[in-house]
Design a protein around this ligand. Structure first.
Ligand code: PHB
Length: 375
């Protein structure tokens, strides 16, 4: 088989050997930046998102027994976010690709990439009992953090930067009416908690847990007890309970590889970088990478220009590191670091207080959260 651009991976991290059904059902984050929304619209895959997504104009920061609203439009010149789950974006992209007669291969096994430093890089894989080879002009490595493309770059050509956090997130999906009109990020002595949503009937909630925690340690009663304690510190607000139908533990890490290119392989999304979910940047960063990469590829095919492809790594990394910093900052601000001193905790509270009392600091949060303009 031959193609111009071979894409390894088709959505959320590490999905090579998975079925379309599994990929479309994987629960991931749900916050789209304005730039991501615009990109999806321009790409002709925005209509269901526009119908079913929820536009939010702010978030709540809750700490020290009070709730504070960060208003996005007034701090960012009218920008907002859209809550629309990542797996819904994937469904729309898969449907559009199939409609355009694009070729998508699901449930591919043993994928490997070869000849990356030649003019004809290749993807080899197994489908059922058949071994296939796809010869390409370029390969896009979009196969997630655990994928095979990044490790195919020789280690001496790869610089990796990592931070692992001393906690994880326990996430649940609940059948319940929503308790809030906008997301609540709560800092509490017992740990961080977050209230998000999927629909008027389905809510997404998280709480900080041990990094090695397991679902079996969290019977429903314990989950509700922690959520009530961490979230109901503000006067008069109550969290609505409901049937919990999904539980999972999410690891928290920051990671970047440099550069994002080796020969004719270009890395994008989680294959290249991971952010902790606190800033809701993961999917948005992947979309920004692919926007830069697709423009560079388009100009190569139009005019044989090589420069935009050569610039891809540096251009994408600039945004990546901004988002890495923001996600690290939000994570550091909002979680309890149980191995830190009381001095550190007082600093966190001082900074939270500054965020909700200084327009400059609130604006820093807001402009990063809604997303800086795309280049
Ligand atoms: C989610 O809705 O799953 C979600 C929202 C905001 C975050 C992370 C996850 O920061």
């Amino acid at each position: 088989m031959r193609t111009s651009v071979g894409i390894v991976g088709a959505g959320p991290a590490g999905l090579l050997p998975r079925s379309r059904q599994e990929i479309e059902a994987t629960i991931r984050a749900g916050v789209l930046e304005q730039g991501t929304v615009d990109l999806l619209k321009q790409s002709g895959v925005g209509s269901r998102m526009q119908r079913e997504g929820f536009v939010h104009h702010g978030i709540y920061l809750r700490f020290a027994r009070a709730s504070h609203r960060i208003d996005f439009p007034s701090l960012t010149g009218g920008r907002a976010i859209t809550v629309y789950a990542q797996h819904e974006v994937i469904k729309d992209l898969v449907a559009a690709r199939l409609e355009a007669q694009g070729k998508l291969l699901f449930e591919v096994k043993d994928a490997a990439v070869y000849d990356l430093d030649t003019q004809a890089p290749k993807v080899r894989f197994r489908q059922g009992s058949k071994i296939e080879e796809l010869e390409c002009d370029f390969i896009a490595g979009c196969d997630g953090f655990h994928g095979i493309t990044r490790p195919s770059i020789p280690s001496r050509m790869r610089h990796e930067f990592t931070r692992v956090y001393p906690f994880g997130w326990f996430g649940i999906l609940v059948e319940a009416p929503s308790s809030t009109d906008e997301l609540i990020y709560a800092h509490h002595e017992r740990g961080f908690a977050l209230v998000s949503t999927r629909s008027p009937q389905i809510q997404r909630l998280y709480l900080q847990c041990d990094p090695d925690d397991e679902v079996k340690n969290w019977p429903d009663g314990r989950i509700w007890e922690e959520l009530h304690a961490r979230l109901e510190s503000a006067e008069g607000w109550r969290l609505a309970e409901g049937r919990i139908f999904q539980k999972s533990v999410i690891a928290m890490r920051s990671f970047v590889v440099e550069p994002l290119r080796y020969g004719r392989l270009f890395l994008a999304g989680d294959a290249a970088h991971i952010v902790p979910p606190t800033g809701a940047k993961g999917l948005n960063l992947a979309a920004a990478d692919v926007r830069v990469l697709s423009k560079a590829l388009a100009s190569f095919y139009k005019t044989r220009a090589e420069q935009p492809l050569k610039n891809y790594s540096a251009t994408a990394l600039r945004r990546v590191w901004r988002a890495e910093h923001f996600s690290w900052w939000m994570t550091s601000l909002l979680h309890r670091f149980h191995d830190e001193t009381p001095f550190h905790h007082r600093l966190q509270l001082a900074e939270l207080d500054y965020v909700v009392s200084s327009r400059a600091k609130a604006q820093t949060l807001a402009e990063n959260y809604v997303g800086l303009p795309l280049d």
